[in-house]
Design a protein around this ligand. Sequence first.
Ligand SMILES: Nc1ncnc2c1ncn2[C@@H]1O[C@H](COP(=O)(O)OP(=O)(O)OP(=O)(O)O)[C@@H](O)[C@H]1O
Ligand SMILES: [Mg+2]
Length: 354
Amino acid sequence: MTREALRAVDATRAFEATRRFDELSLYHVPFDELNGDYHTEAALTQMVASQGRIAIIGPSGSGKSSLISAVLGPFAMDLSEKIVPLRVPVATESDATVTEPGAMARHLVRYVTRWASSERFSPAEREEFRRGVAEVSRRAGDGKSREYHVGLPLWLANVEFARQVQTTGDEYESKASGADAVEYLKRMLALFASHELYAVFVFDDSDTWLRIPDLDRSEVANAFFLRTIRMITKELDAGLVLAVHDDYLGLAGYREASKWLSGEISVPRLIDPRRGIDSILRDRLAVAEIGAPIEDVIEADALGHLAKHYESGKTIRDALRIAQRSLQHAMSDSIDRVTAQLIEQAIVELAERA
Ligand SMILES: Nc1ncnc2c1ncn2[C@@H]1O[C@H](COP(=O)(O)OP(=O)(O)OP(=O)(O)O)[C@@H](O)[C@H]1O
Ligand SMILES: [Mg+2]
């Protein structure tokens, strides 16, 4: 019987750590719930609601994106409907876009314009958004989900408003190259205000280009904070949620930029790792609609060992990768449940690979 549970977990990839941003919110167990306080989701919700500019700080794999997707995602019912989170990917942008305020403003104008224009998405992309919306409604059951949420294009939420945004964007493009992108961006934000809406720019992948192994990118990172983040915080009437890797905390540019931010939230460590990881894994079984209890998948000792590993300074992503890897070993070794020994084997194996 239990082997079936393992097979189901494997087939649904329920333990897998790499999840697309849009999917993270489905798997997020609030840190406030895990740690029994109000320091994380509640604090971030409150800061976003008061139109803050916030840095989310933590090492890679700690849960920055997961936290952002939960607090600004479809199920964030504690956040005012007036907030329109716009997640702006920058990972694949050129250095100029992230270091030159004008280039960033242009990127934002274009990004928001596209976000408001259904015809600029391919039929496949449009279909995917619709599937996303259907999935969210299904998960919400009879409950409600947000009208505006991170990841959802404007045209799906409000066609008329989207059309106005698009018109402003098209006007910008039709001007000679001298058009001031910051001015157009301000016009767009004024349009949001006229609908009693407030835009929050979300950068959750900025460290992908700032942190390249063996390459000193600190100059780019400093310019990003000192020039671009300065423009966004000082000139725009918009909120900001920025994922910041621990490594930047010592950077002169970040230290200066942090003065223009209204707050910082550090992704917390799990206070009780064993209980926390147990909750996260249980939740994943439930999301994957696996009926079997967690005890049928992973032995108590094994969970304890995994928690110890986390306690040694590892992240939630690390813990999930170990869980997933040891599950695969259990399957191939025809073992009914993940054991402490399999966890240890996965730890050694993944450490060797790193
Ligand atoms: N509170 C949580 N509940 C459930 N899963 C979580 C939680 N926090 C993190 N995770 C999981 O851990 C993994 C890593 O989280 P996430 O991608 O948010 O990290 P990150 O800090 O954004 O890392 P990076 O700096 O590499 O972008 C994801 O698979 C995510 O689903
Ligand atoms: Mg991330």
